[in-house]
Design a protein around this ligand. Sequence first.
Ligand SMILES: [Zn+2]
Length: 76
Amino acid sequence: MLQHKEHEVLRTCVLCRKQSDKTLLHRFVLKENGVAEDEKKVFNGRGVYLCEVCFKADPFTTSTKLYQRIVRKKKL
Ligand SMILES: [Zn+2]
């Protein structure tokens, strides 16, 4: 039997624009004190997704870029 992937939700990595299954991505949201990873995917608010590659690349650069992306999104 073929398995249907009806529940697969694709999200785009905010940095490299690669699409992946939502469950494989790291979700980050903007908190009062900066950008935090939403590990349990329970935080409200605007979130961005990051792929495994970008997540592991450079934590400092990544969090800075994420912050800029989220802030820019908010202003739209
Ligand atoms: Zn990426």
